[in-house]
Design a protein around this ligand. Structure first.
Ligand SMILES: [Mn+2]
Length: 450
């Protein structure tokens, strides 16, 4: 059934999650101070700022169903509203009074079918007059950019870079939500050790973990929970399926509960039954490298340097295990570590699972092949929340590749690798709050035990 929405000139669809109002909405002091901080950081000059929440995305088959709506993070951060079609504007000439929030008028159909209520804000129809009163001024447009206004792309790009950078330091309201997300996540992970027995499937594990997330106050999962058993533990983003555990399998779980758009992102690796000596050694190498990486997460430290130092630690561990041959630093200089550690050390986390990752202001992407997979290149600063998630995996599509086998003929013990191609992998991931001193490990309460 398709239902019309004359107020917005768009077909109306069943869109779960619409019209939710976060505690930050409706002009409270936390949102006011966030807006003031952002306004001071944006290089707008005389340009107007327009931030679109975005529109629901219909399922491709043309039914009246949409994907679950998520307002663009740039909009949500400053408006505190999960409201499709909404627009937040700012006129720097008006200072603190320059912010205006425009929201669609909720229709009877939306009230009847979805139980939506009218969010706070001015009717969206008044946006045109707001813009017309400022005709001729340049416009920086952020968020989903779904309203068709003549925005200036250079202004918009500079504003986006500045907003992304301003979002990196988490404020008190954000940290409160993150801690609640972590608490719900911890409840889910606490279920796992009691479930590790032959026959239990990836799907069954996912169900139990997520049920506990929701019982713990989660409003959704922050991303698709990843559960990989046996060789699947080496699939970096393994969606849970019917595979059952067998004795001696590695079990990798990467999942996070979300509370009001703020998510944790945690990975633990377990063994079903008794791990082999080789699995234990692999686990200890990753755990040791992760602990050293965490200790390196201090204000001012360059993320790329922490990543590379961790790559050396992981490589040294593989050399000690006899999997690789040579000097760890020189193996990393040749990118040999990427056969077993093919991803970056981590990313920012909070408002979305990748949050405001990316480049420090003014930086260009690093051209080195092994560093292109890094999700950020910046110095850490107090208030940032980052994941630290080293891993070592036996990934057949990488390790069976003839070009790599030739290039790293001498650096890798190929017969041993061949023997362990079905071993899977180990990843251990925590979420760290950077401080003026040692980092605070927000997810330290989630036990790490193979
Ligand atoms: Mn992660």
């Amino acid at each position: 059934m398709t239902r019309g929405n004359p107020a917005r000139g768009l077909p109306e669809r069943h869109c779960p999650g619409l019209g939710k109002v976060s505690k930050l909405a409706g002009m409270n002091p936390a949102l006011d101070s966030r807006r003031a901080r952002v306004a001071a950081a944006l290089p707008l000059g005389d340009a107007l700022l327009v931030i679109d929440a975005g529109e629901p995305i219909p399922l491709p088959e043309g039914s009246d169903q949409c994907y679950s709506f998520r307002a663009h993070a740039e909009y949500y951060y400053l408006a505190g509203l999960e409201c499709p079609g909404a627009v937040l504007t700012y006129d720097p000439r008006d200072g603190a009074a320059g912010w205006a929030s425009f929201v669609p008028v909720v229709t009877e159909g939306e009230r009847v079918w979805e139980g939506r209520v009218q969010p706070p804000g001015r009717p969206l129809g008044e946006l045109a007059a707001w813009l017309a009163a400022r005709r001729g001024r340049p416009v920086a447009q952020l968020g989903a950019a779904t309203t068709h206004i003549a925005a200036d792309s250079e202004n918009s790009q500079r504003a986006r870079a500045a907003l992304t950078h301003a979002r990196r330091v988490k404020d008190a309201a954000e940290l409160d939500l993150l801690r609640r997300a972590v608490a719900a996540t911890a409840r889910g992970f606490s279920e796992i050790p009691g479930l590790l027995r032959p026959g239990l499937t990836e799907r069954a594990l996912q169900i139990e973990i997520e049920a506990e997330f929701f019982r713990g106050g989660s409003t959704r999962t922050g991303y698709h929970s990843l559960v990989g058993i046996g060789p699947h533990s080496a699939v970096l983003h393994c969606e849970p399926g019917p595979r059952p555990m067998r004795d001696g399998d590695l079990v990798l779980v990467d999942a996070g509960a979300e509370v009001d758009r703020y998510t944790a992102d945690v990975t633990r690796t377990y063994a079903c039954g008794q791990p082999s000596a080789f699995q234990r050694d692999l686990y200890q190498v990753v755990l040791g490298a992760q602990e050293r990486a965490i200790a390196r997460c201090i204000a001012g430290a360059e993320w790329k340097a922490i990543h590379l130092a961790t790559a050396v630690d992981l490589t040294a561990g593989l050399v000690a295990m006899g999997v690789m041959h040579g000097a760890p630093e020189s193996l990393v200089a040749q990118d040999a570590h990427t056969l077993f550690f093919p991803h970056g050390l981590g990313h920012m986390v909070g408002l979305g699972v990748r949050d405001a990752s990316g480049l420090a202001p003014g930086r260009k992407p690093d051209p080195r092949a092994s560093l292109r997979t890094l999700r950020m290149d910046l110095p850490l600063a107090p208030g940032y929340v980052v994941t630290v998630e080293p891993g070592l995996y036996f990934i057949p599509p990488l390790l069976n590749d003839a070009v790599r086998r030739e290039r790293y003929r001498d650096g890798i013990n190929w017969p041993l690798v061949e023997h362990h191609l079905q071993t899977g992998g180990v990843r251990i991931e925590d979420n760290l709050l950077i401080t003026a001193g040692a980092p605070e490990n927000l997810t330290a309460g989630i036990a790490k035990q193979l």
